[in-house]
Design a protein around this ligand. Sequence first.
Ligand code: UDX
Length: 442
Amino acid sequence: MIKNSDKVDICIVGTGYVGLVSGACLAEIGHRVVCVDSDDKKINLLKKGIMPIYEDGLKEIVHKNVKKKRLFFAKSIKEGLHHKGHRAEAVFIAVGTPPRPDGSADLSAIEKVAEEVAKNMSDYTVIIEKSTVPVETCRWIEKTVTRFNKKHIPFDVASNPEFLREGSAVSDFLNPDRVVAGVPSKQAEFLFKKIYKPMKHSQIIITDVKSAELIKHASNSFLSTKISFINAVANVCEKTGANIDDVAKGMGLDKRIGSSFLKAGIGFGGFCFPKDLEAFYWLSAQKGYNFELLKNVQDINESQKMWIVKKIEEELWNLKGKTIALLGLAFKPNTDDMRFAPSIDIINALKKLGAKVKAYDPVSMENAKKVIKGIEFSKNPYQCLKNADCACLITEWDEFKKLDFKKVLMLIKHPILIDGRNLYDPAKMRRMGFTYKSLGRP
Ligand code: UDX
């Protein structure tokens, strides 16, 4: 039975980016949410008010909703489903789905959650998949729940893909372009509408479960395609002398194309795009369709990361013993996330060529130290640039827009600046005395 109240009792399993942000935001719009994680350390930190991730505005809404007794943390699904006299009507699954060596998604954590929910639910429950998963994962969840649901409690499995971006996750969740709900029954649809009712301005699209799952795959792959497309165009601009900024602007003003995701750079990273692209390709292949376009998108992205290495070599010839300063390490600004960051591949390539690498990032340094070894981490951008043979802009943090370039020119050994994000004005940089290279701009 669904309760006759505007407030829904929700349990969220997984307190990663998607789980924690969704949990905090669902509490923010008025529901009672219990966030569960099998990592005791994470739950202990959260109970003390310490965030396991850096995300703009997250800490504030977590603290606020804990105080208002709308947001709770628990170490087991059992506790999350029956929490202080409240029974969860909706259980969101937001656990990790890391890529396996062949590129397919590892769904074993989801299977475990489905089993635990089945063993602990006591009345009609809607189990909602929120992690990015291959089409038909909901069917597998349903099979697993049925197998362990010995008391034959009624349930539905639904899909509610998440489109939030790291760095703006909280505001993306609270102001979405659309909410996609893939539901198998009218009862599940009713619960969804209740959950998202407080977000009055967002459009809810109700679909069948498989279509909802595919919307996520197709959206992320399309956005990756847009980025690789503009990066390929930037390469042609470089060869023809055209200007990618003007070309992208001219394209983007066509409403059918749109101006977002047309910024050329050294490729996309992060935990979603590279992983989702691979998983969609793999899924299509498994179903008998060769989605070759997705492979091309991946290939362009890989070679794009090496653009910066090529440019350094063009300026410095041999890199053995030369010092390269990298400004930025995170896969994009306003996040501390280093997963699939282009900087990792760039650093590996530079080290292979014998270069010494110094790096600075305003926020991701601690995470970077875990995955990058054998380089010097600097305390600030100026320390990083001191005595470097060449400077490279990797992540377009605001801090780098405001650099004191007169000071930089005094510190750096050679005034060479390779801009991997087209952050600076080429004419201005050259006027200041830099040998300045950017993508597809004459
Ligand atoms: C993405 C999707 O946007 C989001 O909907 C999904 O839920 C998760 O994946 P995120 O990975 O946080 O979000 O980052 P996003 O801001 O989309 O950027 C992804 C990557 O593309 C970054 O490396 C960024 O630098 C790059 N990018 C983005 C470009 O190179 N050019 C662009 O024009 C836009």
